[in-house]
Design a protein around this ligand. Structure first.
Ligand code: TNX
Length: 517
């Protein structure tokens, strides 16, 4: 069943403020669940005696239970002990197995009745997704870090939910401006609520190299020492990076590291003279131009360098994919670009990983396991369509729809506008499954919302550009096409605004949305 009602409209027909403690509707969730069957006769109320029971013998289910308790305890003040599930019919239960088979590998089933909330899934990832839905079904105040008075009621009924696409991503550019480990963790918290399961980190560009690579210390000590505008930059040590990967994993998000090449490499070229064809290191770069740098295609040291970099990234990455960039290589001759990719693709394979990259690299005819990320602003791309024809699955990030660094309107203080202005309805109103000619739904791996950081300096800037558009892209990635409905989405989005206020998430108060005051 498709989502049909809009909770905000149901509870505040005059568009006056909905009290943050008002009862919610089972449909008031982003991304829209695949199937929702409300039962108005049932509702569950959290109280002093509520217990969170988790699948016996599963450390992962217990950890998800503790994360859920971590959200629910501060605002309710209830003890909410997390215990092994002996009595699955009382309180909140997080169980592995027994779910509706439609939930697949990442979905969940949630049943709410008078005396219990039961989330069942096949996998821990599915259970985690179910707990994110449960959060949204409680009043916005549940997100408070301080004790609140409210009716902690979960609306009754049943949800069966599962993702449309395997890859629901967000990309963060930590090169143009560097963001601290805590800022990236905060963004992970933000996006995990919307069932995003990939965080693509753009770890190197002309302006900065942000990840330690053994044997190449100047990449970080020098190449990481600045950023756009000339600030101090920074980089992640191996330990910090592994901490980020583990933190993301605890929220069922896989980190995909990107080192962009052969262009977008000034920080590396500045750090090591021998990587330049003329043997002379250029100065560090703190501007915002693109397309002026290239690794030296004909020098063997280039491939030794890439082998070391990819080898290190592979060892830091539990996921299957390494992103090799490949975009805007305007300073590399087309023939050299192909020669370069022919050398690099086997290096990634040698280190046991599959390759993903900006869609330009499909010109090199990578293996069918490679994932081209389409960032064009057109609905026709013959090279990408040909790759889909050959069996490659395409990741959709059309710049004029999904780029979170584009301004919302002419007055947006941050961001760029080369791909157009992107209001939240523009970000929402497109179909990844039929967007590019001759790239059918079956050839689409998923959707990703890139956030380039030329104009962004801190987490507040990140959040202002990501919210409310990131949830729009997340819904396109998760929810079945049959639920796609702007009026429904904008009503549900208003409810999310209440949560961001409580969480302290900065967001753009788009005039397209009737935010609750
Ligand atoms: C294009 S999108 C780029 C980036 C810029 C971005 C700014 C892509 C693959 N390359 O280098 O940061 O525009 O919007």
């Amino acid at each position: 069943m498709a989502v049909t009602t809009v909770a905000a409209a149901a509870f505040s027909p005059s568009a006056t403020a909905e009290p943050a403690s008002a009862a919610k509707s089972l449909t008031d969730v982003i991304p829209a669940p695949a199937s929702v069957s409300p039962d108005a006769r049932q509702a569950f109320r959290l109280n002093w005696t509520t217990v969170i029971s988790t699948e016996r013998g599963s450390a992962e289910a217990a950890a998800i239970g503790r994360q859920l308790a971590g959200v629910l305890r501060p605002s309710t003040g209830y003890p909410l002990p997390v215990v092994p599930a002996w009595y699955p019919n009382h309180g909140i239960s997080l169980l592995l197995g027994g779910a509706d088979p439609r939930v697949g590998q990442e979905g969940y089933e949630l049943r709410v009745s008078r005396d219990s909330v039961v989330i069942r899934a096949k996998t821990a990832a599915g259970l985690f997704a179910g707990t994110q839905t449960l959060r949204q079904l409680l009043p916005a105040k549940i997100e408070s870090k301080n004790r609140q008075r409210a009716n902690w009621t979960v609306p009754g009924g049943r949800i069966v939910d599962f993702p449309r696409f395997a890859h629901r991503g967000a990309m963060l550019d930590v090169s143009r401006h560097f963001f601290s480990v805590n800022e990236v963790k905060r963004y992970i918290d933000d996006i995990a609520q919307y069932k995003v399961n990939r965080l693509h980190l753009h770890l190197a560009d002309d302006q900065g190299w942000r990840i330690e690579i053994p044997g190449w210390p100047r990449l970080t000590s020098y190449g990481g020492s600045t950023e756009v505008g000339g600030g101090p930059g920074g980089y992640y040590t191996k330990k910090q990076y592994l901490d980020l990967v583990a933190y993301a994993k605890s929220k069922y998000i896989t980190v995909i590291p990107e080192i962009d090449m052969p262009g977008h490499t000034n920080a590396a070229l500045a750090s090591y003279a021998e990587l330049n064809c003329n043997g002379i290191a250029p100065p560090l770069y703190t501007g915002t131009d693109v397309g002026f740098s290239s690794l030296c295609i004909d020098k063997e040291i280039t491939y030794k360098f890439i082998d070391d970099v990819i080898g290190e990234l592979a060892s830091l990455t539990p996921g299957e994919y390494i992103h090799i960039g490949g975009d805007e290589a305007h300073a590399t001759k087309p023939a050299d670009y192909l020669k370069f990719m022919q050398r690099v693709l086997p290096i990634v394979a040698k280190h046991g990983k599959k390759v993903t990259g900006w869609h330009e690299f499909v010109k090199s005819v990578p293996p069918a396991s490679a994932v081209p990320q389409y960032w064009g602003t057109d609905d026709v791309d013959e090279d990408v369509a040909a790759a889909a024809q050959r069996g490659n699955k395409i990741l959709m990030s059309p710049a004029h729809k999904s780029y979170l660094d584009m301004k919302y309107d002419e007055n947006t203080p941050l961001g760029q506008d080369w791909a157009g202005l992107i209001e939240v309805d523009t970000a929402y109103n497109w179909d990844p499954g039929s967007f590019v000619k001759d790239v059918p739904e079956a050839s689409v791996r998923g959707v990703e919302a890139p956030l380039w950081s030329e104009t962004l300096e801190d987490i507040k800037d990140i959040e202002f550009m990501a919210f409310p558009r990131l949830p729009a892209i997340a819904e396109l990635g998760w929810s079945p096409a049959s639920t796609h409905d702007w009026e429904s989405f904008r009503g549900r989005l208003a409810g999310q605004g209440d949560r961001w206020k409580v969480q302290g998430v900065t967001f753009y108060p788009s005039p397209k949305i009737a935010w609750h005051s």
